[in-house]
Structure formats: C-alpha cells, structure tokens
Design a protein around this ligand. Structure first.
Ligand code: GRG
Length: 293
C-alpha cells in the first residue's frame, strides 16, 4: 500500500516526466533547426528515437524539483532538465555500442545502433551532446547570462573528463585489470560515471533558484549521497537479476572484472551501504521544508 508520501512522489515524477517528454519533443522537432540548413532527417530521427518515449527522467526531475524548492518553475527548469536528459541519452547510446557494452536492448527497445546503424548511433550521440549545450545556453533557459554561463560550465564539468566520460574511461580500464577493486576506488569512479550527472541535476536546480551558499552546500551533500545510493542500488539489481536468470544475461558478463560495490564488499554490505547513503541523502535536506524537499 503506498503511503501519501510515496504516491505524492510518484505523481510528481510522472508529471515532470510528461512535461520533459513534451519539451524534448518540441526541442527535437524539425522546426528547431534554422531554415537554411538541409535537414539531416535520419540523424534527427535517431536522436528522437533515443530520447523520446522512455526512461524515468530522474535527472530532469531533480532539476525541476530543486528549482521548485526556490519558487522557480516553467520553461527554464524544463529546458535545463531536457538538456541534461539529452546528455544522459547520448551516454546510453554510446555505452550500448559494440565498442563498449555491446547491448541489443535499451528501455525495452532495440538499441540505437541496432535500430539504425553504428555510424548513425555515434553521430546521434554526438549531436545530442552538442545540442544539449545549445539548449542550456539559450536565452529561454534564464534571462541572466551569468546564470546561463554557470549552468553550462556545470554541465560541461559533470559530463566531461572529470565527470561522466572520465568515469566511464576509469570503469573500462578497471575491467581490464586482473586484481579485484577496492571499495574506495569503486565509489570514486562511480561518483564520476553516474553520480556527476545526478548531482548536477540538483546543482542546476540550485543555480536556477539562485540558492544561498549554505543551501547549495546542503543540496550538494544530498546529490552526492543520492548519486552513490543510485549506483549501488543499480549494482545490487544487476547482481540479483543475473542470479535470477543464471544463464544468458549473466553469461555475457560472467568473466568481466566489474568494478562494483557488490564485487568489492559483497551483497549484504552493499545493501547496508545503499540504505545508509539513502538516509544520508534525506538527512542532508533537513534545512528545507519537509513537504517540498
Ligand atoms: C559512453 C560517454 C559514455 C558514458 C557512459 C552513464 C554511463 C556512462 C553509461 C550508462 C550505462 C549504465 C548502465 C550506467 C549505470 C548507471 C545507470 C543505471 C544508468 C541508467 O540510468 P537510469 O536508470 O535510466 O536513470 P533511464 O532509462 O530511466 O533514463
């Protein structure tokens, strides 16, 4: 039986996801391109394929709900959330490629390189990455250019060398190593690979809301703990679903030296770590009104 708090959370998540779907659909329509260019229809189609109609939209949810804490809503947070989701979707498209995870399915449908072809999948990821910055820097995201510059800088840092892409590179390198991975390394790598974009969702909302230094500090502690909890939870789900299927899905990953907290600590300790991180995240929000945070 859902409690009032969980059903309220679920209905907010659904309403933000719907608004983000509409925003992405509009931003990725042919009308968004300047009239003088020859429209690369197949590329645009592949970008829409990988972006629309799926996903929990958790990162945009963090942008929209954090901005809302400061009374900011409407077009700005939706554009910032959509830009962040474009980066997330590009990372999934590239992560699924044969050179990386070589996956056939994503969000219950064929992956982009299966539905189109490898070159189109690579280019659609590239175009989503660059278009995200176009959207974030646009005047409709915020009237103040200093706010837009802070949003763009934060997004670049979260998604690049010191964030998601760097974390992915460390993860691939770690898999090639033969020694088991220390929990501290796994946490640092995952804070870059997955945590950076989740944390940035919260930070973008705080930038749009022009939060105080103390508020940003609390939100950062929340975002760091949430990102870590999310990744441990994902590792736990992976382990449990591999154990349940015990065959095809597990077979593909069976001989990989995966850098996960489940591998470093064991399943029970990983579950305790996940629960402690979730509590830490909630406690970091103490200074905000409980009903909205
Ligand atoms: C290839 C540049 C590059 C980066 C890849 C984030 C990442 C780095 C790869 C994604 C692969 C993956 C499974 C990462 C673990 C984190 C995770 C569970 C991502 C999926 O995020 P969700 O659950 O997905 O928010 P939806 O589909 O709901 O958006």
């Amino acid at each position: 039986m859902p409690t009032d708090a969980t059903s309220d959370f679920d209905s907010r998540l659904k309403s933000v996801a719907d608004a983000i779907e509409t925003t992405l659909d509009r931003l990725l329509s042919p009308a968004a391109l300047p009239g003088e260019v020859v429209r690369p229809d197949r590329l645009l189609d592949a970008m829409r394929y990988s972006t629309l109609g799926g996903g929990k939209r958790l990162r945009p949810f963090l942008v929209v709900e954090t901005a809302r804490l400061f009374g900011v809503d409407g077009e700005g947070p939706l554009r910032a959330g959509a830009a962040l989701e474009m980066i997330h979707c590009y990372s999934l498209v590239h992560d699924d490629l044969p050179a990386m995870d070589d996956d056939d399915l994503r969000r219950g449908r064929p992956t982009a390189h299966k539905a189109y072809d490898e070159a189109t999948a690579i280019l659609s990821g590239d175009a989503l990455l660059t278009y995200a910055f176009d959207v974030m820097a646009g005047e409709a995201t915020h009237a103040d250019p200093a706010v837009r510059a802070a949003l763009v800088l934060g997004l670049a840092r979260a998604s690049g060398l010191g964030g998601m892409v760097g974390g992915q590179a460390l993860d691939l390198e770690a898999e090639r190593a033969t020694a088991p991975h220390e929990a501290a390394f796994v946490m640092r790598m995952q804070s870059m690979k997955t945590g950076a974009l989740l944390l940035y969702g919260v930070e973008a909302g705080a930038i749009l809301g022009q939060a105080s230094a103390a508020e940003r500090d609390a939100l950062k502690r929340y975002g760091v703990a949430l990102g870590a909890a999310f990744q441990v939870a994902d590792d736990i789900l992976d382990t449990e679903s591999d154990a349940a299927t015990l065959g095809k899905a597990a077979g593909k990953d069976a001989d990989r030296n995966k850098a996960t907290l489940v591998a470093a600590l064991g399943l029970d300790a990983a579950k305790r770590r996940r629960d402690a991180l979730a509590e830490e995240a909630v406690a970091a929000l103490d200074m905000f009104p409980r009903d909205r945070a």
